[in-house]
Design a protein around this ligand. Structure first.
Ligand SMILES: Nc1nc2c(c(=O)[nH]1)N[C@H]1C(S)=C(S)[C@@H](COP(=O)(O)O)O[C@H]1N2
Ligand SMILES: [Mo]
Length: 359
């Protein structure tokens, strides 16, 4: 056995290890799949997966609505279905690489996945319920309960009414044409294309139209950019652009150092943004000095990642630092270094991957 080299060790606590073991990421070689196979999609669960009895489960729609609804899973399945292919990424993706990070889920890069979600357009259901004039937001409540920041709570998030009415916002009961498995929110979850993961409330039990801005824990404290503990911060919403590459060559176990033979290598990966279509992906093999444009695949959905490829000809034997970066059509880019914030959110700094080319 080799000992871990001191220079490459960041200190992680057992609490972070426990989170990392429960909430797995998508192995980066799975970037090869246009749709992430269900068991490879990343997972993030704050509390425990709740026990749900599908026979007694109901979705309640209430608050500032003209006609409150109480729907069974069969009621939802009987309505016209819509499918939307969506890339979902946790807002904490990249947190492990932040210096001074909160005790939370220590993601490197892999908190992402793309699925074909199937379900009922939320707008149709809201039309049936008749959202009142006074309603400003909709609050989505999950069945999972726990303690966070000293507060006992159900996982709850809200959306402004205008955002909730967008045509591709779904109440999904299927992932990749299969019923939702327990870990992804059985029997029903919210899917809001383009937004960071926390928006997509799982194990949904209640939708409440409210007249005042929602100030539950997951809005007031969590999922905000704050620069210090006293800062009020601003809420997180859409996903910043990011490109990732399939690690080329073969890994060494357990270090995961990458080894490549000499000769041309196809570098490939996927890139996404919650703001606009991906406009460009670039690759560097010299630690970010020089960049070259990768070829982009046609988009598979307005809300999903876009494939890219680049034929790399390593100039010779040696160790190279590969990087890739994306720019979206709205001009959003990836920084070289993380932009620090208290919660360790939205670190979309460019991926760096060291590879050794040997003869
Ligand atoms: N009810 C509930 N919904 C939730 C969560 C949760 O803990 N409870 N986690 C959120 C977060 S932070 C993320 S990133 C996504 C992850 O979805 P996935 O596990 O299906 O990939 O679910 C969101 N929805
Ligand atoms: Mo998340």
């Amino acid at each position: 056995m080799t000992e871990a080299p001191a220079g490459e060790v960041a200190e992680f606590s057992l609490v972070e290890l426990q989170q990392a073991a429960r909430n797995h990421g998508m192995p980066l070689e799975a970037l090869r799949y246009e749709l992430t196979p269900v068991g490879l999609h990343y997972l993030l669960i704050h509390y425990d997966i709740p026990a749900v009895d599908p026979a007694s489960w109901r979705l309640e729609v209430g608050g500032e609505v003209a006609r409150p609804l109480s729907l069974t899973l069969d009621d939802l399945r009987a309505r016209p279905v819509r499918h939307v292919t969506v890339t979902m990424e946790c807002a904490g993706n990249g947190r492990a690489r932040m210096e001074r990070r909160p005790l939370s889920q220590p993601w490197l890069h892999e908190a992402v996945g793309t699925a074909r979600w199937g379900g009922v357009p939320l707008a149709d259901l809201l039309t049936d319920a008749g959202v009142g004039e006074r309603a400003r937001e909709l609050v989505f409540t999950g069945l999972d309960r726990g303690l966070e920041g000293g507060e006992e709570q159900e996982f709850e998030r809200s959306l402004p009414v205008e955002e909730a009415l967008a045509q591709d916002v779904l109440l999904a009961y299927e992932i990749n044409d299969q019923p939702l498995p327990p870990q992804h929110g059985f029997p029903l979850r919210l899917v809001v294309p383009g937004w960071y993961g926390m928006t997509n409330v799982k194990w949904l039990s209640r939708i409440t139209a409210v007249a005042d801005p929602f100030s539950g824990y997951q809005h007031r404290r969590a999922y905000r950019f704050w620069l210090d503990e006293d800062d009020e911060g601003r809420p997180l919403g859409r996903m910043q652009p990011r490109a990732l590459m399939v690690p080329p060559g073969v890994p060494e176990f357990p270090s995961r150092r990458r080894l490549l033979p000499q000769g041309p290598t196809l570098l490939e990966g996927r890139a996404w943004s919650g703001f606009a279509e991906i406009a460009e992906v670039e690759v560097s093999d010299d630690g970010g000095e020089n960049w070259r444009a990768a070829d982009l695949d046609p988009p598979i959905s307005p809300w999903a990642w876009r494939g890219w490829r680049y034929e790399w000809k390593p100039p010779g034997e040696g160790t190279y630092e590969l990087r890739c970066r994306a720019t979206d059509a709205a001009g959003n880019e990836q920084p070289d270094e993380p932009a620090w914030n208290v919660g360790g959110y939205a670190n979309n700094a460019v991926q760096r991957l060291s590879v050794t080319v040997a003869g």
